[in-house]
Ligand binder design. Structure first.
Ligand code: NOJ
Length: 676
């Protein structure tokens, strides 16, 4: 299919639901709402529903969807009139960042070189060879800039200085040189939706209403008779109102995140110019690009109107419809691309919460000059669930979301593939917290992540199968989001235990405990007292022991990465999902000029029967030892990867060595095809 329609008929309040669904952003919004409601998209393709006019919705929903909301919706769609190019016939344009496997480092928890309990840049340098050994190509380094650390560095006080706890600028320069010397690339975190309240721009803006920095932020008078109410009803992602009151200055400041993370006003051109100059300063140093923090939030709807309460309730945050895809988003991204990224050919990776498939395609469309790839988040929680809900994640949801995403994305847009990061509990624990399944689940997830279309981002610890921590008290948690939520639950009447339970399932601290390097004290992370304590799991799960074990999760990651490198089909090839494999059995093929790779996964904790592929497929990797060559039974959470050579290619054997993964005792030699 090769569609070249570039824009779409405007949606008005007299349009019908089917018109809304035909609009790229409208489709994303409906899909998101259906996901939150736990409903299938078949609901909206039902002709009776599709024929409903939007202006009937206020009556039908008893006013919960009101005229103001419809106006916002119509305006929002008008601001995104473009249609992404759906093209899956032209081959994918090659790029290093499509081929690369990224590894995310959370510096505070990675490796501490000086015994102060806090990870640092020299510590990262000491551990770079671990990444070389694993086979990663690029590092995404979470913020290392000077910061008061209210949100562990995502609250930046000085964009051009290194946080003293992490080292010096000389350490950074050395890190960059050492990364490059090893043939890897380094991508930094660009946090420019907000700054710290201690950034000199904000300090000045607050102190002096006539300051040139005043328009850099959203500083507004209060509402209500005496100005004691916030300017609007938006809520913060970290609890409470999104406005901080400064009574001594008689003003309120917008902060979508913590009360020390002040939102920047991207509509103010001098602010954008300062950001662009800062980005260029880093690119001049030789960094290879940036991951752009919550970058889809940078454009806010003019006038900052109140959010719709119903949407707020559904999304758990009020006001999102006014900034998750704001009016000038594309324009601002294009300027940033043109003036900062493009001259350096630097990669721009967008963190884009709430962005659906269609907007994701627009933001990364090759022809559009905005971002190169995006992180989307729809796969992270089950339908109707949010991160703080305590539930077992069903991998069939992952399958549904990823299949849909992979089918829709086409060849002209690109996305990131991730399961763990510093903002989420560990996926292995969400899928199945039982220790007996830990290794199999970790290998299964790695297989999915490293064989589908998109750029894989591994998060530190994922490569050895690190899991959630057994926190038992709020005193062990450090994250501002968890602590605010706990305080909010307590003040709403929860007991200490209830509030703790309300925080634990979703706490970001699960992924922020020290990297487990060995079985020694604090997992070899520090010789001092770590800033956040792990629960002792490093005794059974650590890098040193994993290296010595050829069946470890680490060895599995290494083998998959090597396989990916040996088979360009895994990067550029098409993806075809086998419709005959249903439910918990997932089979897909990646095909390219170099041949075909077939992936078979059991998404459940029970053995499943599966039809082994024909004799021209060689079993390259098998995650669960056991069985024989004609084994038609997948163990719980088992993953297998087969390789089929193109007729013109020499031989049928996989090019990757995997004898350590497929043990000889189970009768499957490395290049031996499975019998039917
Ligand atoms: C997304 C980051 O990944 C997260 O850690 C941070 O708290 C928010 N953005 C705010 O910067």
């Amino acid at each position: 299919m090769n569609t070249v329609r570039t824009s779409i008929r405007p949606v008005t309040t007299r349009s019908r639901i089917r018109d809304l669904y035909a609009h790229p952003l409208g489709r994303d919004i409906i899909d998101k709402l259906l996901l939150q409601l736990g409903r299938s998209s078949r609901w909206v393709t039902n002709p009776a529903v599709g024929a409903l006019r939007l202006d009937r919705l206020p009556r039908l929903t008893g006013g919960r969807i009101d005229a103001a909301f419809l106006d916002t919706l119509v305006d929002l769609l008008a601001q995104h009139p473009d249609v992404p190019v759906d093209d899956d016939t032209t081959p994918v344009t090659p790029a290093w960042w499509k081929e690369a496997v990224f590894y995310q480092i959370y510096p505070r928890s990675f490796a501490d070189s000086d015994g102060d309990g806090i990870g640092d840049l020299p510590g990262i340098i000491e551990r770079l060879d671990h990444l070389v050994d694993l086979g990663v190509d690029a590092i995404w380094l979470c913020p290392v800039y000077d910061s008061p650390n209210d949100d562990n560095g995502y609250d930046i006080r000085d964009y051009q200085a290194i946080l003293a706890e992490f080292g010096t600028m000389a350490d950074f320069d050395r890190l960059l040189a050492e990364v490059h010397r090893r043939g890897m690339r380094l991508v930094m975190d660009l946090v420019v939706n907000h700054t710290s309240d201690e950034h000199p721009w904000f300090v000045e803006a607050l102190r002096d209403p006539a300051s040139p920095y005043r328009p850099y932020y959203f500083l507004r008078p209060g509402t209500g008779e005496d100005g004691s109410e916030p300017p609007n009803n938006w809520t913060s992602f970290f609890s409470g109102s999104a406005w901080r009151h400064y009574p001594e200055h008689d003003v309120w400041a917008l902060h979508l995140f913590s009360a020390k993370q002040m939102d920047l006003d991207w509509d103010h051109a001098p602010m954008r110019a300062d950001v662009i100059a800062m980005v260029r300063w880093w690119l001049d140093k030789g960094v290879d690009g940036f991951r752009l923090d919550v970058v889809n939030y940078i454009s806010k709807r003019r006038g900052l109107p109140n959010g719709n309460p119903m949407i707020g309730e559904l999304m758990r945050f009020t006001g999102v419809e006014h900034y998750f895809a704001g009016p000038r988003l594309h324009e601002h991204l294009r300027q940033l691309r043109r003036e900062a990224f493009a001259p350096y050919d630097a990669v721009a990776i967008g963190e884009t919460p709430g962005v659906g498939i269609e907007l994701g395609k627009l933001l990364t469309g090759e022809d559009r000059g905005e971002l190169d790839l995006v992180f989307s988040f729809d796969h992270l929680e089950a339908p109707g669930k949010v991160r703080f809900d305590d539930y077992r994640y069903d991998l069939r949801h992952l399958r549904r979301v990823l299949e849909r995403h992979q089918r829709a994305f086409g060849n002209r847009s690109w996305s990131a593939l991730f399961l763990d990061n510093h903002d989420n509990p560990r996926m292995v624990s969400k899928v199945d917290p039982r220790p007996a399944h830990r290794e199999a689940v970790a290998k299964l997830l790695a297989t999915i992540q490293l064989t589908l279309r998109g750029t894989p981002f591994l998060y530190q610890g994922q490569e050895i199968g690190m899991v959630n921590q057994a926190f038992t008290s709020i005193d062990q948690l450090r994250d501002v989001e968890s602590l605010n939520r706990y305080a909010e639950l307590r003040s709403a009447g929860s007991t200490e235990q209830e509030a703790l339970v309300g925080v634990l399932a979703g706490s970001r601290d699960h992924a922020r405990t020290p990297m487990a390097w060995d079985a020694g004290p604090h997992g070899g992370f520090t010789t001092g007292v770590p800033w956040i304590e792990g629960d002792g799991d490093h005794a059974q799960c650590n890098v040193a022991d994993s290296r010595a074990d050829e069946r470890s999760v680490l060895a599995w990651h290494r083998a998959l990465i090597a396989l990916r490198r040996a088979h360009p089909a895994l990067v550029y090839g098409t993806v075809e999902f086998d419709r005959s494999a249903r439910g918990h059995l997932w089979r897909y093929r990646r095909s390219g000029d170099d041949g075909e790779v077939l992936v078979v996964c059991n998404l459940s904790d029970r053995p499943r029967r599966c039809r082994p592929p024909g004799p021209d497929y060689a079993l390259a990797l098998r995650s669960v030892p056991g069985g024989g060559t004609a084994d038609a039974r997948l163990a719980a959470y088992e993953a297998r990867v087969y390789v089929r050579r193109a007729a013109s290619s020499p031989g049928v054997a996989p090019t990757v060595s995997h004898t350590s993964i497929v043990p000889s005792s189970d009768g499957v030699a490395s290049a031996t095809p499975l019998n039917r």
